[in-house]
Design a protein around this ligand. Structure first.
Ligand code: FAD
Length: 564
């Protein structure tokens, strides 16, 4: 691509949009080069966020096809899978981030360190806000032809009281604060003025949430305490420290294969990390956690004194995504923005707006697929599908076929099993077509959710990048709203299909791998495999070199235990 100077975004003297705000556009003078003018005339692609989804999209797009503007409150990409390692100094924070301007530069795009506040879908304007040099919040509009929403998620508060006393682990700032707090607690525990009781509390670390983030953090903390404590804090005895993991379900890592989650529990039991399953946090106070457990059919409230608490209990929608969902009538999901299988935001004008990653969910219409299978079965039996009756084993046959196609629906299919059995008691052993259809429709919205993982966001970003490249080739220079082209997305590219490549987790000098049928867990060798997988996925040569240096430094000199 020709090395043309990048024309800057400037505020158009004319205001506009529903709030009559200034509009930021590329301003090109008549005497600017032809190349610059051509660049201005490309379709405007605005991308919100600089996380997994956006960066995969930016890396896949061909330079020169679109006029790209990226908006995000942070100017870096964060490699989240290794974030727990940065909370205890195994890795340094800068090894996990990549400056996003370098990635945007490849596309001759713009980056705005700002936040999307709202979208006006009819006039194709994103309302953006930024804090200026005087500390004043300024709002303006950014016009788009295509908009990609990839704003991620926030930690789910589950309506629990006292979360202001907890840490979360989503950002680089969170990791820094955790590292400082863990170190400060150990420093406080060593002061001559600290009582024995206070010392015990300061050294009690609680993790709420037994998913991969909570488990990996507990494992990293355990490593720190075992490997570096004696050298740095000889006054603290190992048995004065306690690590507790509170999980609401029956097992930790409950989305992994059961044998793997049991392996992780056994490993934690061996390492004296207390795992409290079937326990629900009721309230967090500055110095203790209150949680409930079932004992002999009764709910009992228990408490753990604590000096540190990590809240890591799944994800919820950002306020921005919630605002958009409320504006669009056809959005029915409370947890994420719904898209069709081409990742287009349902309810927005077709082909204008896409949503990817944690902030979104794809409507797969699994119920429709199941009904289609049901029809096939009926035809195979030589029966009219509308008149077919299904007994339980025929239902299982249907469910198995659907599970092969939509592995993520397995849990929900089990729920249909139970519903079927309930239904069955009242309906003389079979369900007719209409009854089954109604049952499936009732749970359809629950069948659609895809995991909120980097793996999914990355696949969706790459998918959109490839599709946008095809669209640009099919309609060079065409803005989405210029002609009534019908369903261009469908014409140029296939629908998105998630491919689950497996899950891994670090569990403290051991790692587990869930690759569908091929699962395994192990010690040092597995840890090296775990590291090498993430090492190879790391975004750039720069971050790979930094990671290698961090691991070498830790092996020779241990972790840096400092707070600043
Ligand atoms: P994100 O990567 O969260 O990016 C969202 C972006 O949007 C950010 O840049 C944010 O600043 C920006 N943004 C937010 N609001 C706005 C706004 N209003 N306007 C503009 N920009 C905005 N997944 C795995 O697959 N494997 C793992 O091992 C794994 N480990 C994890 C460990 C931790 C500690 C965490 C927190 C997550 C982990 N995940 C893992 C999950 C994974 O990180 C997320 O699923 C993934 O980041 C989602 O990508 P995304 O692009 O949707 O959002």
């Amino acid at each position: 691509m020709e090395d043309i100077p990048v024309s800057e975004l400037a505020l158009n003297p004319k205001r506009g949009g529903p709030k009559n705000l200034p509009i930021a556009e590329v301003m090109v003078d008549d005497d600017d080069s032809e190349a610059m003018q051509a660049q201005r005339d490309k379709p405007k692609l605005v991308i919100l966020g600089t996380g997994w989804g956006s960066v995969a999209l930016l890396k896949t797009l061909n330079p020169g096809d679109y006029h790209v503007t990226v908006v995000s409150p942070v100017n870096y990409f964060l490699f989240t899978p290794m974030l727990p390692s940065a909370t205890v100094g195994t890795l340094s924070l800068k090894s996990l981030v990549e400056p996003v301007r370098r990635i945007v530069h490849r596309l001759r795009g713009h980056f705005l360190k700002a936040e999307a506040e709202d979208v006006d879908f009819s006039s194709k304007l994103v309302e953006v806000s930024q804090v200026d040099a005087n500390g004043q919040r300024q709002n303006f509009y950014l016009p788009y032809d295509k908009l990609v929403i990839a704003v991620g998620s926030i930690t789910n508060p589950h309506g629990v009281k006292g979360l202001e006393y907890c840490h979360t682990l989503k950002s680089i700032d969170d990791a820094r604060q955790i590292k400082n707090r863990v170190t400060d607690n150990m420093e406080l525990a060593c002061l001559p003025t600290t009582t024995d009781e206070e010392r015990k509390r300061l050294l009690s670390f609680v993790v709420c949430g037994g998913g991969p983030t909570g488990v990996e953090f507990a494992a990293e903390l355990y490593d720190l305490l075992n490997e570096d404590l004696r050298k740095n804090f000889p006054k603290i005895l190992r048995n004065e420290i306690s690590v507790h993991l509170i999980q609401s379900r029956g097992h930790i890592l409950n989305t992994y294969d059961e044998a793997l989650s049991k392996y992780a529990e056994a490993r934690f039991a061996h390492d004296s990390v207390e795992v409290l399953t079937n326990s629900r946090v009721k309230e967090v106070r500055p110095d203790k956690i209150l949680f409930t457990q079932q004992e002999n059919g009764k709910t009992v409230t228990k408490e753990i004194p604590m000096g540190f608490c990590l809240w890591s209990t799944g994800v919820a929608q950002t306020t921005f995504a919630q605002k958009l969902a409320k504006k669009l009538e056809s959005q029915n999901n409370k947890h994420a923005l719904e898209t069709d299988t081409h990742l287009r935001l349902i309810g927005a004008p077709l082909g204008d707006v896409y949503a990817i990653g944690d902030c979104s969910t794809v409507q797969n219409n699994i119920a429709d697929h199941m009904v289609a299978f049901l029809r096939t079965i009926a035809w195979e039996k030589g029966k009219d599908p509308e008149k077919v009756h299904l007994n339980f084993s025929e239902w299982r046959d249907l469910a198995d076929r659907v599970k092969k196609r939509f592995p993520q629906a397995a849990n929900h299919l089990r729920r249909v099993d139970r519903l079927f059995e309930e239904y069955d008691r009242d309906h003389s052993g079979t369900l007719d077509f209409d009854e089954l259809h109604e049952l499936l429709m009732q749970i359809d919205s629950k069948l659609t959710s895809l995991p909120a993982t980097a793996q999914r966001a990355n696949q969706q970003g790459e998918y959109l990048g490839r599709k946008f490249n095809h669209i640009a080739k099919a309609m060079p220079g065409m803005r989405a709203n210029e002609v009534d082209y019908g369903d261009l997305d469908e014409a140029v590219y296939k629908a998105f299909k998630y491919q689950h490549l497996g899950s891994l987790a670090y569990i403290g000098n051991a790692a587990i791998f869930d690759f569908g049928g091929m699962n395994f867990a192990g010690g040092l060798l597995a840890v090296y495999l775990w590291r090498s997988i993430y090492f190879s996925q790391s975004v750039s040569l720069r971050t790979r070199s930094l990671l290698a240096m961090d691991w070498t430094k830790r092996a020779f000199f241990g972790r840096d235990i400092m707070s600043f």
